[in-house]
Design a protein around this ligand. Structure first.
Ligand code: C5P
Length: 247
């Protein structure tokens, strides 16, 4: 279930679901490529909702762990995800909250336990089918800035604007290291680099794009290694404007 808790100004609200899907922007990229910060800022500038699909995979993983289900037990995970009361809410267009059975679990989604198991859960094709269905249902109601791994290639294939954010393994590992230290976790660059490499491998199945050659053919590829957040956001905004100018 997807619920909107605030009416948003600025965003064009198409009445036609197909138009809403086409007017959304799809942003893909590997872990720590900057999708979340770029997507959030872009959503604010475009007056659209920010939709981080990683939160849904993380919330499913949290539900699996809390239920005591083994993430490797595919049948049990699928059964749990299909009946899961997972809700996304927006009190602020750029800050979605994830709710499980009405409980706000947003703060729990980046725990080391969820980090370790999320690729396993998200690698199950039936889990992906279920979440893709829910993601499309939302984007057919109002245009969104949607970020993930399969947005341009599967979830929003009809989006006029698609972007793939790329960055080298070293730069991404350095960004993740900063995030982890900010969160008070002690780790090393080598360890984070290895975790990032492993995440890329685990995320490379099921129509997911973690390398630029796997991006949607009509996606704009932005190499973010040498760019600041604002420059990336502006490149995305220009891509959105150009793609939708004639619509
Ligand atoms: O983007 P984020 O790191 O929060 O995503 C967490 C995990 O969720 C990814 O590593 C990936 O396994 C999964 N995911 C996915 N497809 C998406 C978004 C996230 O498989 N569209």
């Amino acid at each position: 279930m997807i619920r909107r808790t605030q009416r948003l100004g600025g965003a064009p609200i198409p009445s036609d679901p197909q138009d809403s899907l086409a007017s959304s922007i799809a942003i893909d990229g590997p872990t720590a490529s900057g999708k979340s910060v770029v997507g959030r800022t872009l959503a604010e500038r475009l007056g659209l909702w920010f939709f981080d699909t990683g939160m849904m995979y993380r919330a499913c993983t949290l539900a699996v762990l809390e239920a005591g289900v083994d993430p490797a037990d595919v049948a049990a995970v699928i059964a749990l995800v299909r009946r899961l009361d997972l809700d996304l809410q927006w009190q602020d267009s750029a800050e979605p909250r994830a709710l499980l059975d009405g409980r706000d679990v947003t703060a729990l989604l980046r725990s080391p336990e969820v980090e370790r198991a999320v690729s396993l859960v998200s690698g199950i094709p039936a889990v992906r089918t279920e979440l893709v269905r829910r993601q499309r249902a939302l984007a057919s109601r109002t245009p969104v800035v949607m970020v993930g791994r399969d947005i341009g290639t599967r979830v929003l294939t009809e989006a006029r604007a698609k972007v793939f954010l790329d960055a080298s393994l070293e730069v991404r590992a350095r960004r993740r290291l900063g995030e982890q230290r900010d969160a008070g976790r002690s780790t090393t660059f080598e360890r984070v680099m290895e975790e990032t490499r492993r995440r890329d491998q685990a995320d490379a199945t099921g129509q997911r794009a973690v390398r630029r050659e796997q991006a949607a053919p009509d996606a704009l590829i932005i190499d973010t290694d040498m760019l600041g957040i604002d420059e990336v956001v502006e490149a995305c905004r220009e891509a959105y404007r150009a793609a939708n100018a004639a619509a």
